[in-house]
Design a binder for this molecule. Structure first.
Ligand code: CTP
Length: 401
């Protein structure tokens, strides 16, 4: 979120029931440190009052072109805003913007804007499906407006569910953050990230797995997407919410993860292998449930496929490859061995026995091992660790051009 701090964001609100969620957008952006200026259409102010936005953002909300003292504010804001987010964008507002009308503060500001514009349509499903709305959306998209949603879900009470529901505030804020990264350095690049544990079947009810939570991989996927990359996240079973914008591929076993990675691999400019795939699987899974009454159960385990090693001959030329090594003993020495053996650019090593690091916790202390040596990072949240790792990846990518 640090990239949002101090940035000047206009939150435009038009009049639909999804207005109540715009308050959360205002709240989250302000919490992240953005300077948020809310601009309400007259209809929006019928749904949620300007005082609500003032209390959330700390700035008076703008509701009219005719407020004394604000004669040229639409032009000022059009020049100064670094990003304009319109949520919700009603069918009527989309139509006015598509036509280039400037009959209230929000539309006048949009006509005077220089900043990127993110619009989050929200309306009744019939209004959304209408050809007029669809052609307005197509026109706006062709002019470079970023459209996010709508999604399918419950609409206003009594209207059932359908396409037309505004995307959730968290997703809007994540897209806003991505657009605020002025350089978006990874635009046009593809990242392939693995995350979480895998599970190998012992019998129809039991599995062999490990303690990986997937948090590190999800944080990497999110940060790579925020830097502008197209991200495929191949994830074993986790309880985490998918990060916004990423393509999720859910898998169960190491063999399934290997197959999903093989498919995305040829196009990947970046390979971030944060998963902890099960290294062993039962040689012959039982077809029937094993019963305690039958006495001790002996497991005959065979090694699974090494996804990272298998990827070697199929990697895109110049791809940056990052492996992870969760170790006991000397993590840095093991990481150095893996760096060479699997031809990696970086290995992120950590000690499985250290408190506050490794699986099942929110923090991590890692050492980044590269060809030039090892760099120990302090204990940080996994999101901060992800950012630090990708800063190093960024350096490698820029050297490769
Ligand atoms: N990895 C993989 N396929 C596996 C196991 C691991 O691709 N079947 C990846 C992990 O995602 C990680 C790296 O390889 O990025 C190192 O994982 P690790 O289990 O520490 O390495 P191994 O090579 O399996 O070595 P070890 O004998 O130490 O387990």
């Amino acid at each position: 979120m640090s990239r949002v701090a101090g940035r000047h964001v206009v939150l435009g609100v038009s009049g639909g029931i999804a207005c109540y969620k715009s308050c959360v957008v205002a709240r989250r952006l302000t919490e992240a440190g953005a300077e948020v200026e809310a601009v309400l259409t007259a209809a929006a102010a019928e749904f949620v009052g300007p005082v609500t936005f003032e209390a959330l953002t700390g700035r008076a909300a703008i509701t009219s072109l005719w407020q004394p003292g604000r004669a040229l504010d639409h032009v000022r804001l059009g020049r100064e805003a670094e990003l304009i987010v319109v949520a919700p964008a009603t069918a009527h507002l989309l139509a006015r913007v598509a036509l280039g009308l400037a009959d209230d503060f929000l539309t006048a500001l949009l006509l005077a804007r220089r900043a990127p514009l993110l619009m989050c349509p929200a309306m009744n499903d019939q209004m959304y499906a209408h050809p007029e709305t669809q052609s307005n959306l197509a026109l706006l998209r062709s002019r470079g407006v970023h459209l996010l949603g709508p999604v399918t879900g419950p609409l206003a009470r009594g209207e059932g569910a359908g396409p037309g529901r505004m995307v959730e505030p968290e997703e809007i804020v994540a897209h806003a953050e991505r657009l605020l990264r002025t350089a978006a350095p990874w635009q046009g690049r593809r990242a392939l990230v693995t995350a979480g544990p895998t599970r190998e079947r012992l019998d129809p009810v039991r599995v062999l797995t490990n303690r990986s939570s997937g948090r590190m991989g999800y944080a990497l996927a999110r940060d790579a997407w925020l830097r502008g990359a197209e991200v495929t996240l191949v994830s074993g079973p986790t309880t985490l919410e998918p990060p916004p914008g990423v393509e999720m591929v859910r898998v169960e076993s190491t063999a399934e993860m290997a197959a999903a990675v093989a498919e995305a691999l040829p196009l990947a400019d970046l390979l971030l292998m944060a998963a902890a795939p099960a290294d062993y699987r039962p040689g012959a899974p039982l077809q029937e449930k094993a019963r305690r009454a039958d006495g001790a159960l002996k497991l005959d385990l065979e090694p699974t496929r090494d996804i990272l090693a298998e990827s070697l001959p199929k990697r895109k030329k110049g791809a940056v490859v990052v492996g992870f090594a969760l170790e006991t003993g000397d993590p840095v020495a093991s990481a150095q061995v893996k760096l060479k053996a699997k031809q990696l650019d970086l290995v992120i090593a950590n000690d499985a026995t250290e408190r506050g690091a490794g699986p099942e916790v929110l923090t991590n202390r890692v050492t980044v091992v590269g060809k030039g040596g090892a760099e120990a990072l302090p204990l940080m949240s996994k999101e901060e660790v992800a950012e630090a790792i990708l800063d190093r990846v960024q350096e490698l990518l820029s050297k490769r051009g």
